[in-house]
Design a binder for this molecule. Structure first.
Ligand SMILES: Nc1ncnc2c1ncn2[C@@H]1O[C@H](COP(=O)(O)OP(=O)(O)OP(=O)(O)O)[C@@H](O)[C@H]1O
Length: 643
């Protein structure tokens, strides 16, 4: 499909901005390859074996023309035929040994690479788990997938395509030069002079191939990102008939990828053909020289055997030069991969468990030791003067303070986008606050080891994420040995055991990717059971009943009231039924806490909550048959806190 001028370039621009990094260095840095050493070192013994075999087989290959020369030059001698037969056997022996050595050489080399790359992939994967959510907000998933797959594959090419044979190439080159010089230095000069145009050509194409490779990697990354987004959003693409539009966008990306690839292929093929041509010209010139000057007094006579060996060495001479350049190309591709992998691994800005933040954590930990001493389990969580932004300069929360004593049920209400879910993310320390402090059981969240902090909470989020597996493994998420009894009890408590047991397969019914074979309501029930299975002191319910029908919700509400007994709960609420279960209501408006109190207190205040209530909840209350002023019995436990 041809691209359509301005639209294509706008798409191109937008996609480039989102999918491609602009921060990569402009020159290749071999130090990136050196940085791979910690991953290769544990498997270095295989490398050493492989390189040792390589030296032996490279030298064996160089013996062949010499064996042929001696056979040809003694052909006229009385025992010439016997000599020829002997030479044939020796030749067969060297060839066989070379072939036999090829297997262990390649095997050990590739084994070292495969193992080192497996370690590198595992390292990148566990590194991703140390990133804060802000990192994933700005990094397309496809880009990360490319790092773990394509970029490590590019590095692996060093081993898989035997790029380290460059070592053998160099040895061969030196030995060939020595042999040629010792055989006939005049003719050798012809070949050596030809090295100059070859070197210029190699250097010229090398730089272009390097740039083409860099572009191929970038376009691969972009294609992965785009495919990931489009396949994940297939339902929307089809529902909104965006297939043609998506196909056109994909076409742009595909074309850019293809042309980057084409460029690298053209340069590669040009270089190969040019070297082949120079090599043939050299052979022709050597033959011409031998024909013209053989037998001339001042020059040494060139025997037929020598001529044969010389032509073979000229051929061999250009092979390592050509191989060196293609191995260098592979090395460049590997450097491009390594550069991108380390660009990812060097990202230390918002880490929780290691790097820069450890220092920050350490300073906070000092203060927190004091915290821990005064910590009492009676204060479940507190936000103290918290200001937060996802993007610099755009504050989402302004000076927010909320306190929940252990056992409090706190509801957050407010318009869409007011910042309610953000409060939940901050409690879990998915993001760090810029100003203010967040405490859980009296201790600064930054002073908690990550696992210990997360153990204090169970979250039932707006968008429930299910992992491929079964109902059982999803409810027992995070537990490597799921306890079936506990899963059954958790489902019983929310009155959903029947619903899941009725399904084919019961608790072992398969959950497909992203749980798309379950309804939104069923997914939410699984999330509830997951929270109860975990049995944490604090529950965070983010619009948790939004997808459940009124009948199930009423049952669930009763069950939840029981389940929440003895626990602290933060409920992000759009529905009256959820708010009714709260002891205290915190009203958000544009990222600020504007009102706090019980339902009746807030109604009496006649502010934002009472307006919200009249607009949204009164009808719900009427439908449910609850008199509006009694929609929530006055809270007994929590005193109203002034905003
Ligand atoms: N990861 C993010 N990156 C950038 N901005 C974000 C991110 N998550 C939320 N926001 C922005 O922060 C603001 C508050 O979002 P939040 O999800 O906290 O609102 P909310 O009150 O929970 O809304 P809702 O009731 O619709 O769930 C919104 O303007 C939203 O666009």
């Amino acid at each position: 499909m041809p691209s359509t001028g301005p639209r294509a370039s706008r798409t191109e621009e937008a996609l480039t901005r989102f999918h491609e990094e602009s921060t990569l260095g402009q020159s290749y840095d071999a130090r990136n390859l050196v940085r791979l050493w910690p991953f290769v070192r544990p498997h270095a013994r295989f490398l050493v074996i492989s390189l040792a075999i390589l030296v032996v087989s490279s030298l064996l290959a160089l013996l062949r023309p010499l064996i042929m020369r001696s056979a040809l030059d003694t052909l006229d001698a009385p025992d010439g035929l016997a000599h020829l037969t002997r030479a044939g056997w020796i030749l067969a022996g060297t060839l066989l040994t070379e072939q036999l050595l090829a297997f262990p050489q390649l095997y050990t080399m590739q084994l070292a690479g495969a193992r080192a790359m497996a370690d590198l992939r595992a390292h990148i994967f566990s590194f991703l788990h140390t990133r804060r959510l802000a990192f994933f907000d700005r990094t397309p998933v496809g880009r990360l997938v490319t790092r773990v797959t394509n970029d490590t594959d590019a590095i692996n090419e060093i081993f898989a395509s035997n790029a380290l044979n460059a070592f053998g190439d160099l040895i061969r080159l030196v030995v060939i030069v020595a042999i040629m010089l010792s055989m006939e230095w005049h003719m050798s000069l012809i070949a050596f002079v030809a090295v100059i145009p070859v070197a210029i050509g190699v250097n010229w194409t090398r730089r272009r191939i390097r740039d083409a490779f860099r572009e191929v990697r970038t376009k691969t990354s972009r294609m992965n990102s785009y495919l990931n987004e489009q396949v994940s959003g297939m339902a929307i693409v089809q529902a909104y008939a965006r297939e043609d539009h998506a196909a056109a966008e994909f076409d742009d990306i595909n074309r850019a990828y293809r042309s980057a690839n084409n460029r690298s292929i053209v340069y590669d093929a040009t270089l190969d053909a040019a070297i082949e041509m120079v090599s043939s010209v050299c052979v022709a010139m050597a033959l011409w020289y031998a024909g013209r000057y053989a037998g001339v007094e001042s020059l040494k006579e060139v025997s037929f055997g020598t001529l044969f060996a010389f032509v073979a060495y000229i051929d061999m001479f250009f092979v390592p030069i050509r191989d060196l350049s293609s191995r260098y190309t592979l090395l460049q591709s590997a450097m491009a991969g390594a550069e991108r992998v380390f660009e990812l691994l060097d990202n230390r800005d918002e880490d929780a468990a290691s790097g820069a933040h450890q220092a920050q954590d350490a300073t906070v930990a000092g203060a927190a030791e004091g915290d821990a001493r005064v910590a009492d389990r009676s204060n479940a969580f507190a936000l103290e003067g918290v200001t937060f932004s996802y993007k610099p300069g755009v504050d989402i929360l302004h000076d927010v303070s909320i306190t929940a004593r252990a056992g409090d049920k706190v509801a957050l209400v407010g318009a869409t986008g007011a910042g309610k879910s953000t409060v939940a993310s901050l409690l879990l320390r998915l993001y760090d606050v810029h100003t203010g402090v967040i405490r859980v059981f009296g201790r600064d969240v930054r002073a908690y080891p990550r696992d210990e902090l997360r153990q204090q909470f169970a979250v039932v989020p707006q968008d429930v994420f299910l992992f491929p597996g079964t109902v059982l493994t999803n409810i027992a998420a995070g537990d490597s040995t799921p306890d079936r009894e506990r899963v059954v009890r958790a489902l019983q408590r929310i009155g959903a055991l029947d619903l899941f047991e009725r399904r084919e397969g019961g608790l072992d019914a398969p959950v497909l990717e992203r749980g798309h074979n379950f309804s939104a309501g069923e997914r939410q029930l699984i999330a509830f059971a997951r929270a109860l299975y975990r049995d944490p002191p604090i529950l965070i319910l983010d619009e948790a009943t939004a997808n459940i029908d009124s009948d199930t919700e009423a049952k669930l509400q009763r069950a939840l009231e029981g389940a929440m007994k003895g626990r602290t709960a933060l409920m992000i609420a759009h529905r009256l039924s959820t708010i009714r279960a709260a002891d205290r209501i915190v009203v958000f408006h544009k990222g600020r806490v504007v009102e706090q109190g019980t339902h009746d207190e807030l109604l009496a205040m006649g502010g934002i909550y009472s307006r919200l209530y009249r607009l949204q909840f009164a009808r719900e209350a009427q439908e449910a048959g609850v008199p509006s002023s009694k929609a929530k019995p006055p809270a007994a436990a929590a005193p109203a806190a002034a905003p």
